[in-house]
Design a protein around this ligand. Sequence first.
Ligand SMILES: C[S@@+](CC[C@H](N)C(=O)[O-])C[C@H]1O[C@@H](n2cnc3c(N)ncnc32)[C@H](O)[C@@H]1O
Length: 285
Amino acid sequence: MRRLASASSLPPPAEAAALRFGPSNPLPPRALSLTASARPWRPRYLCSSSSSAAAAAAVEEARQGRKQLGATAQLCEYLLANVREHPVLRELREETAAMRGSQMQVSPAQAQLLAMLTQILGAVRCIEVGVYTGYSSLAVALALPESGCLVACERDERCLEVAKKYYQRAGVAHKVDVKHALAADTLKSLIDNGEANSYDFAFVDADKRMYEKYYELLLKLVRIGGLIVIDNVLWYGRVADPLVNDLKTISIRNFNKKLLEDNRVNISMVPIGDGMTICRKLVDT
Ligand SMILES: C[S@@+](CC[C@H](N)C(=O)[O-])C[C@H]1O[C@@H](n2cnc3c(N)ncnc32)[C@H](O)[C@@H]1O
């Protein structure tokens, strides 16, 4: 059964236009914003081509590596075909696809963006909060110079075993400092160790209800001009639907609002994958 959004759940026109952009509607989002009021907004999750797709279907699509909010399967395939993916990253993605939770992995396009951001920054010291089987951390580690270091925070030992195997296989294990613990504890211990203001780049992709905590700790650890990138800020489209009010959705929605109002950083919310916000630290904290 098709579900159309009620009038109260309509997103702003520009957002609606961006969500409809795809092969079935080849106009760019900007052009679409002119016609946005002409058609009812239909909620769309990751690659789903059906307006009635629920978040569960989006999760399944993401598990299959077709993870791009608002895009059709066809556009996802095109996007994937235009990503330069290191062969070991590809192997890791294929192994992870069969594992529980594989929809949690960032998309190849997201990983490529993370790698490029670290290179633009000239990053040497990085942190990742939420490693899973290592896809995003491996992409960052591959982009770092030989002297680079990535502190990789993860609480699940079995996931870390997979990640470490692929760090070895890609020849970057010497750049990754794996911390098997609760991420907030690891971040606090880095601060206690005198490492405040010494990191160039951080990527946050763990427990959604802890985002604010991770962000505040990372703001201490990252230097002025450094980046904190937050994943899943669009949360399969749920954040834009006022009828969805589970704890994780509310938490991400509140966190997005906090970032919008936080003068300590510049921000850019990028609708890649499940949405990533790039924060650039502006002041001493
Ligand atoms: C979304 S997945 C990370 C995906 C990964 N960035 C990638 O692209 O492959 C989130 C991970 O965070 C871990 N995690 C959740 N809460 C955590 C915590 N409090 N401390 C450390 N790790 C945590 C989970 O075990 C899970 O592996």
